[in-house]
Design a binder for this molecule. Structure first.
Ligand SMILES: [Cu+2]
Length: 173
């Protein structure tokens, strides 16, 4: 009789444990498939033009009349489970950073700032490349030497802030 009671107690305990486990696990099961976040790859920037020759006889005008060079950052943005939007880019290497696109206007390729951000489709790769979307670096604060890297902070509407490293490449390679 004592053995039977003990056995019943064990069965009861196991049953409670099992239901407790089931109860604990069930709420953590995702109701929707997990949303894969977007990823960014192949980030690179155009090397800046060579600085004005300082040996030239124009010391006073150097830096005054010579505008700072510009450059651009390109990358592949691999869309996640939901459509997103690249709304802002920042970097310490340039005085201003803007999101640009290139379009044909009156038979001439012109670039302009993108209003409202660049759409990143879900489950597709958006490529920022020469002749298309790019992160414009206006007024470089430093020379961009091929082989070196610098940081770029990207802000997405849904994915939030992503910091990436751009590799500087020469277009003459
Ligand atoms: Cu541009």
């Amino acid at each position: 009789m004592k053995y039977t009671l003990t056995f019943s107690a064990i069965v009861a305990a196991v049953t409670i444990l099992a239901s407790a486990c089931g109860g604990a696990i069930a709420p953590t099961l995702p109701t929707n498939p997990p949303t894969q976040g977007l990823t960014i790859s192949d980030v690179w920037a155009r090397a800046s033009a060579a600085k004005p020759d300082s040996s030239m006889n124009m010391p006073a005008s150097d830096g005054m009349n010579m505008p700072k060079p510009n450059s651009a950052v390109y990358m592949k943005i691999n869309g996640g489970g939901v459509a997103d939007k690249l709304v802002q880019a920042e970097s310490a290497v340039a005085a201003a950073v803007e999101l640009h696109t290139v379009e044909m206007k009156d038979g001439v390729m012109q670039m302009r700032q993108v209003e409202g951000g660049i759409d990143v489709p879900a489950h597709a790769t958006l490529e920022l490349k020469p002749g298309g979307f790019h992160v414009m670096l206006i007024g470089l604060e430093q020379e961009l030497k091929p082989g070196e890297t610098f940081k770029v902070k990207l802000t997405f509407e849904k994915a939030g802030v992503k910091e990436v490293v751009a590799e500087i490449r020469s277009l003459q390679q």
